[in-house]
Design a binder for this molecule. Structure first.
Ligand SMILES: NC(=O)c1ccc[n+]([C@@H]2O[C@H](COP(=O)([O-])OP(=O)(O)OC[C@H]3O[C@@H](n4cnc5c(N)ncnc54)[C@H](O)[C@@H]3O)[C@@H](O)[C@H]2O)c1
Length: 443
């Protein structure tokens, strides 16, 4: 079996073999964004993901977080600590987008706020890194795409999968036809813990004094203060699309990228809430089928009630071979042989004997008569270098400076989120749903 290590050019630069990314980019930086070399950032939503991102930003000396807003003071104070206590902190995102010294925003608020935060930030002329899912409902994507296009701003949506070298290798192999005709992708995501099911610990200082409950609710239905809803918002339909928008959106981003696909033409899904009944109103188990115009189907399956061995994975299935993600990327050539002996065994004996004596038939039906090379050829690839998230951020910074493309602009983010919304609509309506680019219909 061939084993190969892949290092992306970006990872190569970031590991310092060519030079630091900051130096490499500084040399070619046109004065597009700011008078200085810095890219100043405002964080809209300073929760768990925002803190992860800010840690990653430390790899990019040209990025400077200057402000953050959030609806819980504890996270703002921690963000201030994390960034060297220099940033301005506040509750209202409008104080960030109205500042002329801020070039770009990172939107990592709960999903029901993404639309408002994205449209307002883009209309204010801010480049935006918008956490997945881009949207809370499918139609919202159209306005965000328009807002991005209006001022030609750099948008990167936060599923970093396509930035990874293994995903890029998979896309290349599929494009080169190594898998033959790909008609099926099977993927699953499985968990079996409370934290995996989003039952996160609630900070002991949480109270209506430290939490701005009305700010969190925004356009969501009014309810009395609930720390469970505030800190575990993924569990509730008012703020989230549950497993589909939290987990499948990553899978769909990667599938759309490697398959060169956009949006499913139809989706059928079923879901159930079987176990975590007291903590949520979103399903804990979903099976979904997505049918694409590009000529393939996707089977997505997930549960929070068993981790399914390895927790899940993805297989891309073609007539000539499969690609398997998990512990690297494995190409497995198809090892198939025709099998008609049991049919011809019912023919008149002389005809059956003549059939199997045919060299062309023997080659197809008796693998041992085949040259060995035809059944070998398994390949496995491992990724060396740094995480895909760094490539994803770097690509956004390049786009801010140079106007270059990002892999996950608003349109791409809309398509991935649409997969999730179609799954949820189908399972809620118990119908097949269709998207015509403007409207969702069901039959
Ligand atoms: N790409 C990834 O791998 C990844 C991982 C985790 C989360 N995410 C995404 O990041 C986003 C945030 O998730 P999280 O896990 O950090 O959740 P979180 O609850 O930890 O953080 C959300 C923060 O937003 C704040 N907030 C609520 N309403 C607000 C408002 N109106 N204005 C400003 N701030 C407000 C909350 O106080 C909270 O601190 C979600 O969209 C999630 O899907 C992406």
């Amino acid at each position: 079996m061939a084993q190969r290590f892949l290092v992306s050019r970006r990872d190569f630069m970031r590991t310092g073999v060519i030079g630091t990314a900051g130096l490499a980019m500084g040399a070619t930086r046109p004065a597009v964004v700011a008078p200085s070399d810095r890219i100043t950032i405002g964080m809209i939503g300073a929760g768990a993901r925002a803190h992860q991102l800010v840690e990653a930003f430390k790899q990019f000396p040209e990025m400077e977080v200057v402000a953050a807003c959030d609806a819980y003071t504890g996270r703002l104070h921690r963000m201030r600590d994390r960034t060297g206590r220099k940033i301005d902190i506040m509750a209202d995102y409008r104080e960030i987008i109205n500042r002329s010294d801020i070039d770009a925003v990172v939107i990592s608020s709960p999903d029901h706020w993404h639309y408002r935060h994205s449209v307002d930030s883009l209309n204010a002329g801010k480049h935006a890194y918008i956490e997945k899912p881009l949207t809370y409902s499918i139609e919202e994507g159209l306005d965000i795409i328009e807002a991005q296009k209006k001022l030609n701003l750099a948008v990167q949506v936060g599923s970093p999968g396509p930035g990874g070298v293994l995903v890029q290798k998979a896309r290349q192999m599929i494009r080169e036809g190594k898998l033959g005709q790909v008609t099926m992708v099977r993927a699953s995501t499985n968990r079996n813990t409370a934290s995996g099911a989003w039952i996160y610990p609630i900070p002991p200082d949480a109270s209506p004094k430290t939490v701005d409950w009305d700010l969190f609710l925004g356009s969501a239905p009014k309810r009395p203060y609930s720390p469970e809803r505030f800190f575990r918002w993924r569990c509730y339909k008012d703020y989230s699309g549950g497993m589909s928008t939290d987990l499948y959106v990553h899978t769909c981003t990667t599938i759309n990228y490697v398959m060169g696909a956009q949006i499913p033409e139809s989706v059928m899904a079923m879901g159930g809430l079987y176990r975590w009944t007291r903590s949520r109103d979103v399903p804990d188990t979903i099976n979904a089928s997505l049918k694409y115009r590009e000529g393939f189907m996707v089977s997505l399956s997930g549960t929070f009630n068993n981790q399914g061995g390895s927790g899940g994975g993805m297989r891309i299935l073609g007539t000539e071979g499969s690609l398997v993600f998990g512990g690297g990327l494995r190409f497995i050539p198809e090892r198939v042989n025709e099998s008609n002996g049991w049919i011809t065994d019912s023919w008149p004996k002389d005809l059956a004997d003549a059939y199997i004596a045919d060299p062309a038939v023997r080659l197809e039906e008796m693998p041992s008569s085949r040259p060995q090379a035809a059944v070998e050829g398994e390949e496995v690839y491992f990724s060396e270098g740094q995480a895909s998230i760094l490539a994803h951020i770097q690509e956004w910074l390049d786009a801010i400076r140079n106007g270059s493309a990002t892999k996950e602009n608003a349109e791409v983010g809309h398509h991935a989120a649409a997969c999730a919304h179609m799954i949820n609509s189908s399972l809620e309506m118990e119908k097949t749903v269709y998207w015509d680019g403007q409207h969702l219909t069901a039959k």
